[in-house]
Design a protein around this ligand. Structure first.
Ligand code: FES
Length: 155
């Protein structure tokens, strides 16, 4: 892959665990590659599957949903729903010509700063290795239009 490729990664973090873990990673000065943007939600289950697909449509090379560990969701069973949705979405990504490895699910508690950093870095490495999403490539090729060519594929 080109040395210049800087992936665009969207990370949906639940407020109570993953976001706090990321905050602690920053406070603890863990080194994380700067190719991601965090969107905070109250629970991982709040992440509508449409938001994930919209992120890919708008050019994200990878999307991660990060929440509390199973059994620790502050809304009882939200993250169990998230786990089922992400599994379903992964199979759908293939139908849309996207490698399912571009979507990641992670369980990170508020105290797991090191895990937040290592999870982010390894996901960023994976996406860098996969290269640009075919959707982001098609947007780069045609900046006048946000329509996505359906024949693109990287699976
Ligand atoms: S509150 Fe964190 S996953 Fe539900």
């Amino acid at each position: 892959m080109e040395d210049t490729f800087k992936p665009k990664i969207v990370v949906f973090c639940c407020n109570w665990c993953a976001y706090a873990g990321g905050d602690l990673a920053g406070i603890s000065r863990y080194q994380i590659k700067p190719y991601f943007r965090v969107i905070r939600t109250l629970c991982s289950a709040r992440v509508d599957p449409e938001w994930i697909m919209e992120a890919f449509r708008l050019g994200a090379d990878g999307v991660m949903v990060a929440g509390c560990h199973p059994g620790d969701c502050h809304y009882i069973g939200g993250n169990y729903r998230t786990r089922r949705r992400v599994a379903l979405l992964r199979s759908l990504l293939q139908q849309f010509g996207l490698n399912p490895q571009r979507l990641e699910l992670a369980w990170i508690s508020a105290g797991e700063a090191e895990k937040f950093a290592s999870t982010m870095n390894s996901f960023i490495d994976r996406i860098t290795e996969l290269g640009p999403s075919p959707y982001s490539k098609s947007l780069d090729d045609d900046t006048q239009s946000t329509s996505v060519a359906m024949e693109v594929a990287d699976v």
